[in-house]
Write a protein that binds this ligand. Structure first.
Ligand code: 5GP
Ligand code: MN
Length: 340
């Protein structure tokens, strides 16, 4: 059965509330197993929103499996035994909740076919509304905001254990409440979670901690910074050779691109991460440029100012494709009359 949210205006608050109420009803009544998954390369919102929902549902007596592998800097969020390895098959009669995954192809951790019902909770504008009930709210700063609203809808009695990962999702997806998606809604939601008792300063401090190798890698990656298109595009590379030398996975490199985005004159910043037979690019934009438009052109997607793609080419070719897509986006931007 298609959920009501698949046909309604995604930005309508009333439709959003109805969607959450429908999800709340399903979760409350569910007696069988529940599997919660998120997107590949899980970030703070992926880990935080799934862990918050999982803990809340377990405290309500539900049988929940969370197959997710957090990056190293987020591993502190989970207790031993809370997470599981990727599932080969879904348990019989299960409910599948997919969080923060723009499309089915991005979701990992379990097969996506074979659930009795599939829930899709997300805030990516590019979400294709897969699943039986899809609550997609692009105006929300993080999927963790949806989880906060969902648990409030269920009348959940908040605990620090549930509030902490939920607040983490809000912190990381807003760049610690600095990005353009920071609004009253997310700040209010975060305030309520702090009031539950989350040790805020401790959490933000912990979220900045990185393995020593991270800083060695930062040095190597920053040495590759290149300015293109008259300084409007900045790129940096993280190569397989660097990873072999330093011995770090690229899990923790997410904010490298956020750093170079602050070079004066830059409208588009990209980190090119070399993988086995492809290059993963992370793109951030500013001053009206759309990272999403660039990445969509390269076969990926994401949000307006933060998007990504995986390009099946070598670093040189990927950099070239990225530059071409960026040039087209900057041309488009230049053609738009100021103020519109
Ligand atoms: P990141 O650069 O941090 O990997 O991703 C930034 C944003 O773009 C995230 O919201 C992420 O989910 C999205 N994103 C990254 N890579 C892809 C991709 O290949 N396809 C789609 N649809 N979204 C992506
Ligand atoms: Mn998110």
């Amino acid at each position: 059965m298609a959920g009501m949210e698949t046909t309604e205006n995604p930005t309508s608050e009333a439709a959003y509330r109805r969607g959450l109420a429908e999800v709340a009803d399903i979760l409350r009544g569910w007696q069988g197993p529940i599997v919660v998954v998120s997107h590949v390369d899980p970030d703070g919102d992926a880990v935080g929103s799934t862990l918050a929902l999982t803990r809340a549902l377990r405290s309500l007596g539900k049988d929940v499996t969370l197959p997710i592998e957090p990056p190293r800097f987020l591993a502190f969020l989970a207790e031993p035994g809370e997470l599981s390895a990727p599932l080969e098959a879904l348990p019989a009669g299960c409910l599948l909740a997919v969080l923060d995954a723009a499309d089915k192809d991005r979701a990992v951790g379990a097969p996506l076919e074979g659930a009795v019902k599939t829930l899709n909770l997300d805030h990516h504008p590019t979400n294709d509304r897969f699943g039986d009930v899809a609550v997609v709210a692009p105006d929300k700063a993080a999927t963790a905001v949806l989880v906060k609203d969902l648990l409030d809808t269920m009348g959940f009695a908040w605990t620090v254990a549930v509030a902490t990962p939920c607040l983490t999702g809000m912190l990381t997806d807003t760049g610690n409440f600095r990005h353009a998606n920071t609004d009253r809604t997310v700040l209010d939601a975060a305030g309520e979670l702090i009031e539950v008792g989350v040790p805020y300063a401790e959490l933000t401090d912990q979220l900045q901690l990185r393995h020593p190798d991270y800083f060695k890698m930062l040095g190597e990656v920053m040495a590759t910074v290149e300015f293109r298109l008259g300084g409007q595009l900045v790129t940096a590379r993280l190569t397989r050779a660097m990873r072999e030398r330093i011995g770090q996975s690229d899990d923790d490199s997410d904010d490298f691109v956020g750093l170079i985005r602050y070079a004066e004159g830059v409208k588009v910043a990209a980190l090119l991460k070399e993988r086995e037979d492809a290059v993963k690019i992370s793109v951030r934009s500013r001053d009206g440029a759309s990272a999403q438009a660039i990445c969509t052109e390269l076969g990926g997607g994401g949000h307006r100012v933060a998007a990504g793609a995986t390009v099946h080419a070598d670093l040189e070719r990927t950099a070239q494709l990225l530059e071409e897509a960026t040039r087209r986006e900057l041309d488009r931007l230049a053609a738009v009359p100021a103020g519109s």
